[in-house]
Write a protein that binds this ligand. Structure first.
Ligand code: ZN
Ligand code: FE
Length: 255
């Protein structure tokens, strides 16, 4: 590992990710500054960069306060969204050079949850905000089902051992839905048991991996016969993979 990743819980179920190498720190999606400042102080770190995935307050609400304490930090985020404090606007295809960590991250445009949503990939890590979740995917607040399906398919094409650092602890509820969709998936059954045990002990279930998501996340499995059959029982008109995905997302909204 080129850097350590520290998980900072925030609000009810958010995770802020802090990447650390030596005394340098980079944070992803600081919705709240206080818990981040506490870790920086406790560990004696200086904040060099902030990465933002999208404009929702629980992902960027802490930027102004962090800049007050660490005015030299550079702030990367989507050029296509209006977010105060961004000094380095980004688009899909760009590269973020994090010199303090000695690592480059690829910027992926992943519209769906919001239209300008970005994900960051490098050093076998994916920071994907509210696009791909452990066992699920983000709601379609701005984008279309087609955009989200395309975004997820590009994330699913990353190597299986990629660590998936999503921004919320939603796994247990996501897997309850996944089991309703695909009750015969043995790997999913096993994962649900592991996740229930972890949550009962108050342990996190994130990060996940791309390989595990491909095996158990119904939103990445819209061509699997059991997923198709379950969706068609509720939505008989669902035909191709995209309409299956759209119907699955609708089903989850009301689950
Ligand atoms: Zn969001
Ligand atoms: Fe969020």
């Amino acid at each position: 590992m080129m850097f350590d990743v520290i998980q900072i819980p925030a609000f009810q179920d958010n995770y802020i990710w802090l990447l650390r190498k030596g005394a340098a720190a980079v944070v992803v999606d600081p919705g709240d500054a206080r818990p981040v400042l506490a870790v920086l102080e406790r560990e004696g770190l200086s904040l060099r960069s902030i990465l933002i995935t999208h404009h929702h307050g629980d992902h960027q609400g802490g930027v102004a306060d962090l800049l007050e304490h660490h005015p030299a930090a550079e702030v990367f985020g989507p050029a296509a969204e209006s977010i105060a404090g961004i000094s380095k606007p980004l688009r899909g295809g760009d590269t973020v050079q994090l010199d303090s960590l000695g690592v480059d991250l690829r910027v992926l445009a992943v519209p769906g949850h919001t239209l300008g949503h970005l994900a960051y990939y490098g050093a076998a890590c994916l920071f994907c905000g509210d696009t791909l979740f452990a066992g699920g995917c983000g709601r379609l607040f701005e984008g279309t089902a087609a955009q989200m399906a395309d975004s997820l398919s590009r994330l699913a094409a990353l190597p299986d051992d990629t660590a998936v650092y999503c921004a919320h602890e939603y796994t247990q509820a996501n897997l309850r839905f996944a089991l309703a969709v695909e009750p015969g998936n043995l790997r999913l059954q096993g994962r649900a048991v592991e996740v229930a045990e972890a949550r009962a002990k108050g342990q996190p279930t994130v990060p996940s991996t791309i390989g595990l998501e491909k095996a158990t996340n119904p939103f990445l499995r819209c061509s699997e016969p059991e997923v198709v059959a379950s969706v068609r029982r509720r939505t008989p008109a669902a035909g191709d993979q995209l309409t299956i995905f759209a119907a699955l997302r609708e089903w989850k909204n009301g689950f």
